[in-house]
Write a protein that binds this ligand. Structure first.
Ligand code: SIN
Length: 274
């Protein structure tokens, strides 16, 4: 069957059909997927049978994988897979990160070299809720009024964690995360497009007064996920959704905790934002 690429939204997201990611892909097919990924920022591939080894092998074609700092939630035998899950073990201990990322963010922007791509595979999903929202930061940048484009150009923000954004981090894990500076506008290395680069981990705009930093962050919070630039992914079991952290913010949504939501996440290493 020929591969298809269908846009899901004017600004963000495409669905790939006619591929079986449980088998190795030829170079041409992979190159088409990679290009669609950079252009659309989010790719959805439904009805995939992806055991951990295959998810790892497919993700690795995009680059080296990262191992998340939350080592207590790694899948046994596969440290590259972070469990996002409300399942518990026999003693009632959570197997995975529960309530992960229920605020707009780009993955691990609190590190010097944040993740390039995140690949989330739905093993078990609740009957309703638990959707993931994606906001195009190419479109957020394009929609900025010209005076804001000029004001933000050259500014950097300090990205970091706190107990609100990282309640599951131990004190030692939190202490190991030092704040890092990243530009508020970054240029995507593959497409050359400018994207807004902020999100909830951006705590303070640098080289401006605290009042001005608060004003800029409040403006950005209102701007970075306007309805018209957001794609809402409604999960089905066996979906693989991958997103480019350099050009989208994402946000997980609530679901009824009586049901299980069990996901496997791999992350591909990125580069220092410029
Ligand atoms: C995340 O990676 O931030 C979580 C996304 C989700 O669980 O929907």
């Amino acid at each position: 069957m020929a591969m298809t690429i269908t846009k899901l939204h004017d600004h963000v997201g495409a669905e790939i059909g006619g591929v079986d990611l449980s088998r190795p892909l030829d170079e041409a097919t992979f190159a088409a997927i990679e290009e669609a990924f950079y252009q659309s920022s989010v790719l959805v591939v439904r009805r995939q049978d992806l055991p951990p080894e295959r998810q790892i092998a497919f993700s690795q074609r995009f680059g080296p994988l990262e191992v998340h700092i939350l080592d207590q939630y790694q899948l046994a035998g596969h440290p590259e897979i972070l469990l996002l899950s409300n399942k518990t073990d026999a003693d009632g201990k959570p197997l995975g990160l529960v309530e992960a990322g229920r605020y707009w963010h780009t993955d691990v922007s609190f590190t010097e070299v944040p993740s390039m791509g995140s690949f989330l595979y739905a093993v078990e999903i609740p009957p309703a809720g638990g959707d993931t929202l994606f906001a195009s930061q190419f479109a957020a940048y394009d929609a900025l009024p010209q005076d804001w484009k000029e004001r933000l150009a050259g500014l950097k923000a300090l990205h970091g964690l706190n107990k609100t954004t990282a309640p599951k981090f131990t004190d030692a894990q939190l202490a190991s995360v030092k704040g890092v500076e990243h530009p508020l506008i970054r240029t995507h290395p593959k497409t050359g497009r400018k994207a807004l680069y902020a999100g909830t981990f951006a705590l303070r705009v640098l080289d401006v007064s605290e009042a001005e930093s608060d004003e800029i962050l409040a403006f950005l919070r209102d701007h970075w996920a306007q309805d018209d630039i957001v794609y809402r992914h409604r999960w089905q079991a066996n979906d693989l959704v991958m997103w480019d952290n350099r050009s989208v913010l994402h946000c997980a949504t609530l679901f009824d905790a009586r049901f299980i939501r069990h996901m496997h996440r791999t992350t591909v290493a990125g580069e220092k934002p410029v």
